[in-house]
Every structure is written in structure tokens, then in C-alpha cells.
Design a protein around this ligand. Structure first.
Ligand code: SF4
Length: 192
């Protein structure tokens, strides 16, 4: 039988607890554990917060059937990850809030120049505005050649900043998209 690193740690923790108090508490521990992650599916992921890239496991409740919404019920470090070996720092350990917090902003918001309030936009309207403004800014500020006549094809009027909650795959697509526009001012919150 192949024992994963995570499975080995579970077995070792149960055995240590039983040895310490002189009787077998493994069934009791298992039933407590069952309550929290019962009927969930384990989904492996990477903590999005910083460049360490700790592995984590999200326990997701929900069948994924039509008209149902899956829900994250628990997040823990991935013991099989060579990066963090099952540990998470306090920030990573609270990453579940990214998915379930009632304060999470779920729609695009826009604050007009000089305004003191945010207005909520629907996604289509936000995407139209962004596309229009990117096109205008790029047309207005595109530089084909530098002062020495060398071809540079860059867009000086647009910058891109990735957020800590942008997944690796999203970051990859973001970089590809903005580089294709000629954007050279490109950074990520985790590096600042
Ligand atoms: S758990 Fe902490 S150290 Fe690990 S990637 Fe997340 S923020 Fe960074």
C-alpha cells in the first residue's frame, strides 16, 4: 500500500495521541474530523498570497450539479507539497475567507474622477469600458521607435499590477495579454 506523506502524518498523529494518554482515541478524533470535512471533495491548490507558493487543500462541499453552488468548508496545508510540507502561515491559513467572506466584492466597481463614492457596474458594462479605455490609451501613447530610432513598439500609457489573489494561471494570462499590447510597466503586489 502506498502511503502518502499526508496519510503518514495522519497515522503518526493518531498513534502519538494514543500513546500519550494510554488508550486509543483515534476513533474519537476521526469522528471530529468527519464533522468538518464530511462529504467534501479535496481540491489541491496553491496559496495565492505570496511568492512562497505553499500547497493547500481546499475541502469543497457540493456536487457541482446544475443550479447548485459549491462551497469551500475548510482549507489546510498540503502535507505532500515539498514547499510547505503541510504548514501554512496565518495569512495562508485564513485564505478560505477569499472564497466565503460576506465582505467579498463580487462585482466591478467604478469611482469617477473627483467622485467620493463607488458605483457598482455589471460585468458587461465594465468590460466594455475597460476595452474602450485600453484602446484609447494605447492608440494615444504607443511608441514605435525610441529617440535613437530603434524599434521598441511599447505602450507607455498603461501599467498592469497583479493582485495577491490572482492565481498563477491568471497571472500567466495577464502577462501574455498586456505584453501583446506593448505594456512594459508590469508588476505584482507580492513582489513589492
Ligand atoms: S501560506 Fe503564507 S508563506 Fe505560504 S504562500 Fe501563503 S502567504 Fe506565503
Amino acid at each position: 500500500m502506498e502511503v502518502t506523506r499526508r496519510g503518514f502524518m495522519k497515522l503518526a498523529a493518531g498513534a502519538a495521541a494514543a500513546t500519550a494518554v494510554g488508550f486509543d482515541v483515534t476513533p474519537a478524533q476521526a469522528s471530529i474530523r468527519e464533522l468538518k470535512i464530511a462529504r467534501t471533495t479535496e481540491v489541491r491548490s496553491i496559496c495565492p498570497y505570496c511568492a512562497v507558493g505553499c500547497g493547500m487543500i481546499a475541502h469543497v462541499l457540493g456536487s457541482g450539479a446544475r443550479n447548485t453552488m459549491a462551497r469551500v468548508t475548510h482549507i489546510e496545508g498540503d502535507a505532500d507539497s515539498p514547499i510547505n510540507a503541510g504548514t501554512l502561515c496565518p495569512k495562508g491559513a485564513s485564505a478560505m475567507q477569499l472564497a466565503v467572506s460576506r465582505d467579498r466584492v463580487a462585482n466591478p466597481r467604478y469611482r469617477a474622477p473627483g467622485s467620493d463614492r463607488w458605483e457598482e457596474l455589471d460585468w458587461d458594462e465594465a468590460m466594455d469600458r475597460i476595452a474602450r479605455r485600453v484602446k484609447e490609451s494605447r492608440d494615444r501613447t504607443f511608441v514605435e521607435r525610441n529617440a535613437r530610432g530603434q524599434v521598441v513598439n511599447r505602450t507607455d500609457g498603461i501599467a498592469a499590477l497583479g493582485s495577491a489573489t490572482t492565481a498563477n494561471e491568471d497571472c500567466y494570462l495577464l502577462v501574455k495579454a498586456v505584453r501583446s499590447l506593448g505594456v512594459i510597466y508590469l508588476d505584482h503586489q507580492a513582489r513589492i
